[in-house]
Design a protein around this ligand. Structure first.
Ligand SMILES: [Fe+2]
Ligand SMILES: [Fe+2]
Length: 297
């Protein structure tokens, strides 16, 4: 990431005291999960110390997305059904939605998380098709790709309002408007945040380059897959409810071609049926987000 931009973000956001940290329980859980022989009982006990997280996790696992043939009633069962890596990603999913629980004036969190869950699931679907070795990493990268946008919307509010006005007035993209008004954009802020949270560096690369995939030197396939997933969600109107000047269809074609040149696996895949396939998942994605929010209702 550009050092000057990093400095500017540090100066602008680094001093904000209530800037979110990765929830403590997530840090503890990830620590336990990454031990050589993680103990399911221990993990389940730790999750159950947080009642809200427990309820949200069980609701999420029972949402139609997983199509389980019977109701899961405990965390232990969830781990047995889904495996540790998926449960780890669900913990991220639920904890992050809880961390950013207030609506920003111009960014509705339900819409934001529908887009983020959508991109996460679509990234995983693409990763499966391309036989990328780490599908769960693709999910997490998709989930976090726009996290910088929430920071801008919540913590740089008057400026974010001007960003939205510029998007509407000039038919600009988020990145164009943000760079023009702030000197950095949500990709820089997101990369800055996850490096502050000490998440794996591959994630920071995806976040930093998801609007300019050709500039990615680290994890270029992951960056391309997340960008593709991002565009597919925009194509299906799984967006923030703010119409930006993104040329979605031409961008999808360009990204597909770019990825296909580098990755022969993609050339075996037909684009249209894939787009349609994801169409069927949209309602399931929305159901997942509603499952997480049930506790608030
Ligand atoms: Fe973005
Ligand atoms: Fe996005």
């Amino acid at each position: 990431m550009d050092v000057e931009k990093f400095k500017l973000i540090d100066e602008t956001l680094g001093q904000i005291e209530d800037l979110p940290t990765l929830p403590h329980i997530v840090v503890q859980l990830l620590d336990k999960m990454h031990q050589p022989t993680p103990q399911i009982e221990e993990l389940a006990d730790l999750i159950m110390t947080d009642q809200v997280l427990t309820t949200q996790m069980i609701n999420l696992v029972n949402s139609a997305f997983w199509g389980l043939n019977r109701e899961v009633t405990s965390i232990r069962e969830s781990i047995v059904y889904l495996g540790l890596r998926q449960v780890e990603n669900l913990i991220y999913s639920v904890s992050l939605t809880n961390t950013f629980e207030q609506d920003a004036p111009l960014l509705k969190r339900v819409l934001f998380w529908e887009h983020s869950f959508g991109v996460a699931l679509c990234s995983r679907l693409i990763a499966q098709r391309l036989k990328y070795p780490d599908e769960e990493m693709a999910y997490l990268a998709g989930l976090l790709h726009d996290i910088g946008e929430v920071i801008l919307a919540l913590y740089l509010y008057p400026s974010f309002e001007k960003v939205v006005e510029k998007i509407v007035a000039d038919e600009a993209t988020f990145c164009e408007a943000e760079n023009a008004l702030l000197g950095f954009d949500h990709t820089d802020v997101g990369a800055w945040l996850v490096s502050r949270w000490q998440l794996p560096p591959g994630l920071s690369s995806v976040i930093a380059h998801h609007h300019d995939i050709k500039s990615a030197t680290e994890e270029p396939l992951l960056v391309g897959m997340v960008r593709m997933a991002d565009l597919i969600c925009l194509y299906h109107k799984l967006d923030f409810g703010i119409t930006e000047g993104e040329q979605v269809v031409p961008e999808i074609l360009a990204t597909w071609q770019y990825l296909g040149k580098t990755y022969p696996e993609l050339r075996k895949l037909k684009m249209r049926p894939f787009l349609e396939e994801f169409n069927q998942q949209i309602e399931l994605v929305k159901g997942m987000v509603r499952a997480v929010y049930t506790v608030d209702a």
